[in-house]
Design a protein around this ligand. Structure first.
Ligand SMILES: [Zn+2]
Ligand SMILES: [Zn+2]
Length: 353
């Protein structure tokens, strides 16, 4: 009998993190030394720490777990109790995904749905939210798409974002993806009545595949009038051989930018090299060099860059997808245009196109 119960517990525990769950490192950009987890009104959370389980619930008067770094441990304060342990996890009452708020005091509060794990990582806290694939996709589409983006463009983005999550796991040491544009920009899960959530629901389980394998579908805010290939930007070739395709909208309505760099900074930037652009942007901010298509001009002590497009320029162009949707294209036509020679399939299923 004991064996049966242990076995059932094992089955239950393994069902909490399914193959389609996504482990997202959140707030890493802030290198937080303090975090607060709280239960939204009307719901309860269970904090697991040092072998104990504590309930956070607004109605009980104990609603917040304050988490700080304490050497190799986290120091957690819940009400009048203080705990010290290697990590803290937060789940729903039955041990599954929960709705929770995560905050850095005075900086940011976000609402997530998933299971949370926090542990120390080189003097700051590493927070990883394990969420359902569809929740993760919706959180990306809501972060990337403007409120007035046409539904078919959001559906195309949903399929690309889902494929990226399915095929691109393991991009970081302690989790699969971060929440910045290094992986995919991810904020909160949208409410179910938003266009973003509806676009994700309408394409539930759909991914884009090349030679029957889903691939990391890269996308960009806008392009230079044609999309770029990894080879053009000095990147290693990917599982999908990206093509340079015409983008009518960006060709006719280029999104122009101008940026001034010091001569030393400009010297570290090599044209048509995504790695050098990212290195510089990480140091100077994401607007220092917005895209890979630019001309360079020396003006006195400074170097002026004049360019077009936003983002690396590879794969689906969001500005172009939006224009195609406005002209009546559906998400399949948009995906076929920006990712030639691919098919849309259901996860683990047969090709649909
Ligand atoms: Zn990342
Ligand atoms: Zn474009």
């Amino acid at each position: 009998m004991k064996i049966t119960i242990a076995f059932l517990a094992f089955i239950l525990a393994s069902s909490l993190a399914t193959a389609q769950d996504v482990r997202v490192g959140v707030f890493g950009l802030f290198h937080p030394r303090q975090l607060a987890v709280s239960a939204p009104a009307g719901s309860a959370l269970v904090v697991h720490i040092a072998g104990k389980s504590l309930v956070l619930e607004e109605s009980s008067g104990v609603n917040i777990a304050d988490i700080r770094v304490g050497g190799d441990n986290v120091v957690v304060r819940v009400g009048t109790h203080i705990f010290r342990a290697a990590k803290i996890t937060v789940t729903s009452r039955n041990g599954g995904p929960a709705d929770f708020n995560l905050a850095i005091a005075g900086k940011i509060t976000r609402h997530y749905r998933g299971a949370l794990e926090v542990k120390p990582d080189s003097r700051s806290l590493s927070a990883v939210a394990t969420m359902d694939l569809e929740t993760a996709v919706a959180s990306v589409v809501a972060a990337e798409g403007a409120v007035d983006t046409p539904p078919e463009a959001l559906k195309a983005l949903s399929v690309a974002a889902r494929s990226y999550f399915v095929a691109g796991k393991g991009r970081h040491r302690d989790f699969d993806f971060c929440d910045t544009t290094h992986c995919q920009f991810l904020r909160e899960a949208p409410a179910s009545n938003t266009v973003a959530a509806q676009a994700v629901a309408a394409t539930r389980g759909l991914v884009i595949a090349y030679q029957s394998q889903p691939f990391v579908a890269m996308y960009t805010r806008s392009c230079s009038g044609r999309t770029l290939t990894p080879a053009e930007l000095g990147l290693p070739s990917a599982a999908y051989p990206y093509y340079s395709v015409d983008c009518k909208y960006c060709r006719q309505h280029p999104s122009r930018w101008q940026s001034r760099l010091s001569t030393e900074d400009a010297a570290t930037l090599h044209s048509s090299n995504e790695s050098s652009r990212l290195r510089l942007d990480r140091r100077l901010g994401w607007n220092a060099v917005p895209s890979n298509t630019f001309v360079v001009q020396k003006e006195g002590e400074q170097t002026v860059l004049r360019g077009v497009g936003q983002g690396h320029g590879i794969g689906l162009c969001q500005a172009g997808a939006r224009a195609m949707a406005e002209e009546g294209a559906d998400f399949r036509e948009i995906l076929a245009h920006y990712y030639p020679n691919t098919v849309i399939t259901t996860l683990g299923g047969a090709p649909l196109r």
